[in-house]
Ligand binder design. Structure first.
Ligand SMILES: Cc1ncc(COP(=O)(O)O)c(C=O)c1O
Length: 367
């Protein structure tokens, strides 16, 4: 068998690599998923779907009920006006990101992305035979329109924006997002906005770039918000031709998202939201304990404003992450997220308070 060279060239995720070598008693602060269980009312909706026999294909775009609820959610929470027909339900935000890149990128096209940034973006650009172009974030890990503008070429087809940000926990301001959206519109490329951490903002405010331009593909999921990473349920909102072209790819690679997960997501999005507020407050408490623990060790770290990651500067990130793993604490070196932040490590606080405190004790001894 021969393999496509542009696929062979893709590295296995640096995050997965960083788990290798962890001993049995290691505390895992490397994971990007909530440690909470999916709330009961959401589980019950899925069980009812199975018991009712709601187990066949749905419309390619997703059920009308769920898209109606998502249209309402986008209006209520994000101030965005998308009809149910402008929304597509996908298998996680991951599939939505793939569809967006696949729909706009041709061989040799350039995809701009913040560095450091989420590991999937560069790989997705490569799968589409495009070229990932990293845009260094500023010293607060914000993506500025000036930095993006410097890297726009006639081959630029997309810019991926991720606020709140993985791995840094930064949250872009409305003004910054507006400037990025205007760049996309002026230069005729897509702004792909990955908003999966929107509900976990502790300082500042989440805003959607789609408020400022119709050239935005808004991507989100129930994965992080409702502790549903294993349900594989995401969605995107886009206008006219953009949606149509992504639907063509979705139709043939996925057909539709899981019918059962769609019912669960309907309960999540249209049901009580206290569970989200509770998780957010717990994340905030953990963040505060983690950050003050790291600072008391002399680490250089600004308080992350969102998501559930701390991203301290530690010197040689690869070396520190390797020493921590030998001492029983799994983190991810900054080098997994690009080339700009090799002197950082990512520490997830989607772990219990007890684990965070034990890990801090171990880190103090190791470092
Ligand atoms: C920024 C970002 N986008 C997308 C995803 C993937 O989300 P999903 O599980 O819905 O595919 C993740 C998961 O870690 C993420 O951190």
């Amino acid at each position: 068998m021969k393999f496509a060279s542009h696929v062979e060239e893709i590295d296995i995720s640096g995050i997965r690599k960083s788990f290798e070598g962890a001993g049995p008693g290691a505390i895992n602060l490397g994971l990007g998923q909530p440690d909470f269980d999916t709330p009961d009312h959401i589980k019950r909706a899925a069980i009812e779907a199975i018991e009712e026999g709601f187990t066949g294909y749905t419309m390619n775009l997703g059920t009308a009920e769920l898209r109606g609820a998502l249209s309402e959610k986008l209006r209520r929470e994000n101030g965005l006006d998308y009809a149910p027909g402008e929304i597509m339900v996908t298998s996680g935000a991951s599939e939505a990101l793939f569809l967006a890149v696949a729909a706009v990128v041709e061989e040799g096209d350039e995809v701009l992305m913040g560095d450091p940034g989420f590991v999937s973006y560069a790989a997705l650009a490569r799968v589409a035979q495009g070229r990932p172009v990293s845009v260094p974030m500023d010293e607060r890990f914000h993506l500025t329109a000036d930095a993006v503008a410097e890297r726009i070429t006639p081959r630029t087809r997309a810019l991926i924006v991720n606020s709140p940000n993985n791995p840094t926990g930064s949250v872009q301001t409305k003004e910054e997002l507006q400037a990025l959206a205007e760049l996309a519109e002026d230069h005729d490329f897509a702004l792909i906005s990955d908003e999966v951490y929107e509900h976990f903002v502790y300082e500042g405010e989440h805003a959607s770039p789609a408020l400022y331009s119709d050239d935005v593909i808004t991507i989100n999921a129930v994965s992080k918000t409702y502790a549903m990473t294993g349900w594989r349920l995401g969605y995107l909102a886009a206008r006219g031709e953009a949606l149509e072209n992504m639907l063509k790819v979705h139709q043939y690679v996925q057909a539709c998202a899981s019918s059962i997960s769609q019912r669960a997501a309907l309960a999540a999005v249209s049901g009580p939201q206290e569970c989200v507020r509770d998780m957010k407050e717990e994340f905030r408490r953990r963040r505060d304990v983690l950050v003050s623990g790291l600072r008391s060790m002399g680490m250089d770290i600004a308080k992350p404003q969102g998501a559930f990651y701390a991203f301290p500067k530690v010197g040689d990130g690869d070396d520190v992450a390797a020493r921590l793993i030998r001492g029983g604490v799994v983190t991810v070196p900054g080098s997994a997220f690009g080339s700009v932040a090799k002197d950082h490590i990512r520490i997830s606080y989607a772990a219990s308070m007890a684990d965070i405190k034990t890990a801090l004790g171990r880190m103090r001894e190791i470092l």
